[in-house]
Structure formats: structure tokens, C-alpha cells
Design a binder for this molecule. Structure first.
Ligand SMILES: NC(=O)c1ccc[n+]([C@@H]2O[C@H](COP(=O)([O-])OP(=O)(O)OC[C@H]3O[C@@H](n4cnc5c(N)ncnc54)[C@H](O)[C@@H]3O)[C@@H](O)[C@H]2O)c1
Length: 356
């Protein structure tokens, strides 16, 4: 199987054109393209343009509303509740981030929760937007049933992802803890399978609760750090679902159903650093903290310690210059999808690369 290297701006343009052809407004289509291509730039391919076809099917099947107005149904100076009305996670995310930042600029700490939403993609996209240069950004979401508490025979909740981001001085603009509460994200397993890579033992469980390495046989994901991952997933439920009055996780719909909204809930928060201390002092201190992390003595062959988000930020720096690596099967699928909508994607095959 060969890989192609695709320039991010061209990929964004293509992806925007696909969603526009599916009936979204240009700015809405561009927001989805930005979310997906951002994930590929950071090599979080599980949440990149791999999701174009499922998102498209969801829009075309009616599972993601094209007409939602994403109304704010309750609001204070620092908080808001938005009803996504079964609309797109990428679009309600844009609205929630803008509102959350505006409130924290005026009132220092803010939280916006969302109910009746769909998949919001890579958590880091939202946490980084919320953070900007001057805040701590937090984003989390419930998602469809993939995990249970230790020992459960049936899933009870999704692998609810959470992300925290901040800038630690000019040297480290994107410190970002972003993870699913399962040991790994399901999307990563699907992406690995698509790339012809073997999935390690211990990541997925079959119908009998036994370990499996086949996506086809996967019934549940293993929780991150056993009972602790379950506990954190429950905290996401608290902030996203229980505060918004959204649908409880056991009743969330499968995200792959084209005609039914997932009905997930989300929570976005901003902490304006200037509420606590001088922003420049914070940046200097945070930069020193990461410098000291990098200087930590490490075991032979391990390289320097990394801050959360460092690997992804490094990938973004490279991919912005050299292009995003997409596997042949994905490129073929995207071209076929484009053809059906009158969007030419043949340029995706222009540059064959050995990069993985
Ligand atoms: N929207 C949804 O419904 C949904 C559901 C699940 C996951 N996701 C997304 O899936 C993506 C992948 O999640 P994941 O759990 O597989 O992430 P991961 O395990 O790849 O990374 C988790 C975190 O660990 C950090 N990290 C990795 N290696 C490190 C190292 N050597 N040193 C220091 N830090 C290191 C990463 O920077 C990241 O912050 C995330 O973007 C998440 O938001 C989304």
C-alpha cells in the first residue's frame, strides 16, 4: 500500500468543497474541514479526514441537522447552555468557543455546555482555540457507548475524551493534554487497521469481555488505567451531560448511524490567566517548567522527556511544510466520494511518499 503526501491547504479546500456540495454554507463547511485537517496535521489521523465520509453520511442521512440554529437556552455572564438540536459537533463547537472566550475576556472564568450534539472530533482543536495566548482552555465530550466500569458485561458510557491546553511562552505555544478515557481511541484502531498495522493486545474487548485485536470483533474498549479511566469518564458526564441536561450516556446513539443524531453532550471552559497572575509572569514560569521537564535525566535510549502535545505539535510543524500523509485506501475513498458530489480529488494522488 502506498502513501500520498497532501498539502494541508489543498486538503482543506477539497474537504470544504465536499461539505459545501452536501448542502452546508461555505463557512460551516470550512469549519468542519479545519477541524478534520487540524487533526491530520497533528497526526491524530483517527479524527482527521478519515471522518469525512462518516460525517457526510450523517449529514445526508439526516442524523446531523443542517438547519439547527444552535440556540443558547440559558445564559449568565459566565455561563451558557446551548441546545445543538442534533446539529454538527464542529459547528456547535465554533459557537461555544466564541461565546466562552468572549465571556472569559469580560468575566475571567467561563463555561459553556452543550446538549443534543454530534461527534466533536479531536478535543485538542477546541482546547487550543479556547486557550489562545492568554487562557487555559478545557473541552470534553461524551460519546457513544464503547466502555464500561471494570468488570461490566455491557458498555455504559463512551470513552469520553477531555482536553486541556495552554501556551507556555513563545517556545511552547501548544501544551495540550488531550485523550480519550479508554486506553486508546476507537478511531485509532480503525485508522491502524486501514493503514494495515497490527492492533496491540489489551486495547479492545470482544462480546465475552475477552481481549481481541480485530476491530470487527470489538464490542468494548478497555478503560484507561482501569477504574481511574472510568472515574474520569464519569467526571466528563458530570460536566457535559448532567450540567446541560443532555441525554445520559447509556442512551446515546451509535455515532455511525446516518439517520440518527448521537445526542452527545459537551463542555467548554476558559480560565483567563490574568485573573490569577500577570500573564507574562505566567508564560515565563510555564516555559521554565517545560525547560526543566526537558532537562530531566532519562533512561538510556528514551530521548528527552516530552510535554503533553509535544509529539503532535512536532508533527504539525513537519506536516505544514511537507504535507499530510494519507494512505492509498483513504485517498481512493475520498476521491470516489468527491466524484459523486462533483468535486475533483485526483490531486490527492499527486505526491507519492515513503513517509508513514
Ligand atoms: N470526539 C470524540 O468522541 C472522541 C472520542 C475519543 C477520543 N477522541 C480524540 O481522540 C484523540 C486521541 O486520543 P488518545 O487517547 O488516543 O490520545 P493519545 O494516547 O495518543 O495521547 C494522549 C495524550 O498523551 C500525550 N502523550 C503521548 N505520548 C506522550 C509522551 N511520550 N510523553 C508525554 N505525553 C505524551 C499526547 O500528547 C496526548 O496529550 C484525541 O484527540 C481525543 O480528543 C475524540
Amino acid at each position: 500500500m502506498q502513501n500520498y503526501s497532501v498539502q494541508p491547504e489543498a486538503l482543506k479546500k477539497f474537504t470544504t468543497a465536499i461539505f459545501e456540495a452536501a448542502g452546508l454554507k461555505n463557512n460551516e463547511a470550512a469549519s468542519i474541514a479545519e477541524l478534520l485537517v487540524h487533526a491530520d496535521l497533528r497526526n491524530v489521523h483517527s479524527h482527521g479526514v478519515l471522518r469525512t465520509i462518516p460525517y457526510l453520511e450523517k449529514i445526508q442521512g439526516g442524523g446531523a441537522s443542517k438547519t439547527s440554529t444552535y440556540p443558547v437556552i440559558k445564559e449568565t455572564t459566565n455561563t451558557a447552555v446551548i441546545d445543538a438540536q442534533g446539529g454538527l459537533g464542529a459547528l456547535v463547537g465554533e459557537k461555544a468557543v466564541a461565546l466562552c472566550r468572549e465571556k472569559a475576556q469580560k468575566n475571567l472564568i467561563s463555561m459553556v455546555v452543550v446538549k443534543n450534539s454530534n461527534h466533536f472530533g479531536m478535543g485538542a482543536h477546541w482546547a487550543l482555540k479556547l486557550a489562545g495566548d492568554d487562557m487555559i482552555g478545557v473541552a470534553c465530550s461524551t460519546t457513544d457507548l464503547t466502555m464500561g466500569p471494570p468488570g461490566a458485561k455491557e458498555p455504559f458510557m463512551g470513552n469520553n475524551p477531555f482536553a486541556f491546553a495552554f501556551k507556555a511562552g513563545a517556545k511552547y505555544p501548544e501544551v495540550c493534554v488531550d485523550m480519550a478515557t479508554s486506553l486508546v481511541a476507537m478511531g485509532k484502531c480503525k485508522d491502524m487497521e486501514k493503514r494495515g498495522k497490527e492492533i496491540p493486545h489489551g486495547w479492545m474487548l470482544d462480546k465475552d469481555g475477552n481481549d481481541t485485536t480485530s476491530v470487527k470483533d470489538c464490542y468494548m474498549m478497555t478503560t484507561m488505567a482501569g477504574h481511574k479511566g472510568f472515574g474520569i469518564a464519569l467526571v466528563v458526564e458530570l460536566f457535559a451531560t448532567l450540567l446541560s441536561g443532555g441525554v445520559l450516556s447509556p442512551d446515546i446513539n451509535n455515532q455511525d448511524l446516518a439517520d440518527t443524531p448521537e445526542l452527545s453532550s459537551q463542555c467548554f471552559a476558559c480560565f483567563n490567566i490574568s485573573a490569577f497572575r500577570d500573564l507574562q509572569e505566567f508564560q515565563k514560569n510555564a516555559e521554565e517548567y517545560i525547560d526543566r521537564l526537558h532537562a530531566l535525566p532519562m533512561k538510556e535510549g528514551m530521548g528527552a522527556a516530552k510535554y503533553p502535545g509535544e509529539i503532535e505539535y512536532g508533527c504539525k510543524q513537519i506536516n505544514e511544510k511537507e504535507g499530510i500523509v494519507l494512505p492509498e485506501t483513504l485517498v481512493e475513498d475520498l476521491i470516489k466520494t468527491g466524484e459523486k458530489l462533483g468535486v475533483d480529488g485526483n490531486f490527492l494522488k499527486e505526491t507519492v511518499t515513503d513517509r508513514q
